[in-house]
Design a protein around this ligand. Structure first.
Ligand SMILES: Cc1cc2nc3c(=O)[nH]c(=O)nc-3n(C[C@H](O)[C@H](O)[C@H](O)COP(=O)(O)OP(=O)(O)OC[C@H]3O[C@@H](n4cnc5c(N)ncnc54)[C@H](O)[C@@H]3O)c2cc1C
Ligand SMILES: NC(=O)c1ccc[n+]([C@@H]2O[C@H](COP(=O)([O-])OP(=O)(O)OC[C@H]3O[C@@H](n4cnc5c(N)ncnc54)[C@H](O)[C@@H]3O)[C@@H](O)[C@H]2O)c1
Length: 475
């Protein structure tokens, strides 16, 4: 292997993989260094294993079948657990092999090892067997991701205190699990444990679940999770976890003490910057320990870029956009620098909550006149067939009906918002949905009904009483 590259990428997660791919597609000589397995957190402990667990739990326990069909074909939990584990392993293997295959197919050199920077963009790599080597590069991308945040007072060395990395090694089926953190990780695990029949208490120091999601949907989600058996404790921080008489206790800021057999701490993530030699290399961190970058994902050191969770822990989708933008700039490509600025996210609770664009609270804060169209998914043909409800909410500007935000709560909300995402990106108006002959029965058909409702709300907002425009204000 020649030791000089156009681009050396540290970390083969979503940000690193797509950056390497883009550079290779444009003929650049690329090396990717990964200390663990190709695919990053998405394949090890993140999106894919959590959603594989969720999918398998739904299938094997027949969760929510009873309310629709009156029967629930469920296997006992002890029998289900090994199958869940095997399924997660299988999904991991498939995805890690797929990433390794894509990298190899594009001619990207791959080295397993831990990388560290030196001055003049030299990268030191220590392989698992202790061998060291050095490579140089025209540009280096740091895409080392993040890890669960650990706090003082939380004994992560206790075998029954878990974070989102270690939860897969759960020793026994707990009689009751306490989950700290009302963000996506806490919500996803709390609803999956509940589906598995394991009582779960979810604690958040915020007054609402999922602070980044539209407030109306977050409220609906909280109500639904409670109805399905998740114990929610909001507005209370977990300060201390201890073992008392063999059981774990969680002390809350309100003074309440909760007991459980297992605790999952899911209260944010910290960027992986340690041991990278960032300071001597001239790469500056902010007060929260995240790498400082400009709009091209350049760090403060010439020729060194950073992208993904190491810049700000977030979503795989955003990490990939940033990785591409960084690689495009590093390779001198004039396109591809622009990244999707439309905030989009999905939380795979049971059911899912997803949104793209502005939330209603964000729009209210701007003072822009707006209208909202809603559709109850339960009365759409697809919802009636499934026996499941939910909400599609379209928010648009009153003056020109330009779409501002799309939010959904329901079975496949993460997929449903995709259509709205495209219209938002194109700057479309809400009535565009009426021009589409959307398939039915689909949940997406709800865009029609939500649009009609939204236009009806708009006429009320404008004081137009009926279709002839003879509203009170006009008289
Ligand atoms: C439980 C959970 C569920 C999630 N679910 C979703 C979801 O449903 N949808 C979504 O969009 N996002 C989800 N995320 C977030 C998503 O996983 C991250 O945003 C994404 O993985 C970030 O990608 P990345 O490439 O920046 O970093 P990572 O995926 O963390 O990859 C970084 C890689 O760098 C390697 N590395 C670190 N240091 C070094 C070093 N010194 N030398 C060599 N290699 C190194 C690591 O081993 C790792 O493989 C979830 C996260 C978690 C924890
Ligand atoms: N479906 C998805 O896209 C998905 C799924 C899982 C994780 N992720 C990503 O992974 C990252 C980490 O997720 P997360 O849920 O751990 O973090 P988060 O920062 O999104 O949420 C953590 C929550 O925990 C609360 N909290 C913090 N400390 C607490 C304490 N001591 N007691 C009680 N509550 C406390 C916070 O108020 C916050 O609401 C995020 O960037 C997230 O976007 C995404």
């Amino acid at each position: 292997m020649d030791d000089n590259y156009d681009l050396v990428v540290i970390g083969a997660g979503p940000a690193g993989e797509v950056a390497a791919e883009l550079a290779a597609v444009f003929g650049r000589k690329v090396l990717i260094v990964e200390r663990n397995t190709p695919g990053g957190v998405v394949t090890t402990t993140g999106g894919a294993p959590t959603k594989a667990l969720r999918e398998a739990a739904l299938y094997l326990t027949g969760y929510r079948q009873e309310e629709v069909y009156g029967v629930r074909a469920a296997a006992p939990l002890e029998a289900v657990m090994p199958t869940l584990g095997a399924r997660i392993e299988h999904v991991r293997d498939v995805l890690q092999e797929a990433v390794a295959h894509r990298l190899a197919a594009r001619g990207i050199a791959y080295l397993q090892g831990t990388a560290r920077l030196d001055a003049d963009r030299t990268v030191h790599i220590t392989s698992p067997d202790g061998l060291a080597r050095e490579v140089t590069a025209h540009a280096v991308l740091i895409a080392t991701g993040s890890r669960p945040m650990h706090y003082p007072g939380i004994p992560f060395d206790d075998p029954d205190v878990y974070d989102s990395d270690t939860i897969y090694s759960l020793r026994t089926v707990p009689k009751h699990i306490v989950i700290v953190g009302g963000g996506p990780i806490g919500v996803e695990f709390a609803t999956v444990f509940t589906a598995l029949g394991i009582p779960a208490t979810l604690i958040s120091n915020s007054d609402r679940l999922l602070p980044n999601i539209d407030g109306e949907l977050a409220g609906l989600a909280a109500d639904e999770f409670r109805r399905r058996g998740v114990q929610l404790v909001l507005g209370a921080g977990a300060n201390k976890v201890s073992r008392v008489d063999g059981r774990l206790t969680v002390r809350l800021s309100t003074g309440t003490v909760l007991a459980g057999d297992a605790v999952l701490f899911a209260a944010g993530r910290a960027p992986n910057t340690e041991g990278l030699g960032l300071e001597p290399a001239g790469v500056r961190l902010d007060a929260r320990g995240r790498i400082v970058v400009d709009r091209y994902y350049r760090t403060t050191a010439p020729g060194i870029y950073a992208a993904g969770d190491v810049v700000k822990p977030g979503l795989a989708s955003n990490a990939m956009q940033q990785g591409r933008a960084a690689a495009a700039h590093a390779c001198g490509l004039v396109f591809g620098v622009e990244i999707d600025q439309t905030a989009s996210s999905a939380v795979y609770g049971l059911p899912e909550v997803a949104g793209v664009g502005a939330t209603e609270e964000q729009i209210q804060a701007t003072g822009i006149p707006y209208a909202v169209g809603r559709c109850n998914l339960a009365v759409t043909p697809r919802g009636a067939i499934a026996g499941h409800g939910g909400l599609l909410k379209l928010i648009f500007r009153a003056d020109d009906r330009k779409l501002l935000g799309v939010h959904c709560f329901g079975d496949i909300a993460s997929e449903v918002v995709g259509l709205g995402h495209v219209v938002l990106q194109l700057g479309g108006r809400v009535e565009l949905f009426l021009t589409l002959a959307l398939n039915t029965p689909t949940y997406s058909y709800a865009y029609h009904d939500a649009t009609v409702d939204g236009l009806t709300q708009l006429t009320k907002l404008m004081g137009i009483a009926d279709s002839r425009g003879t509203g009170d204000a006009a008289q």
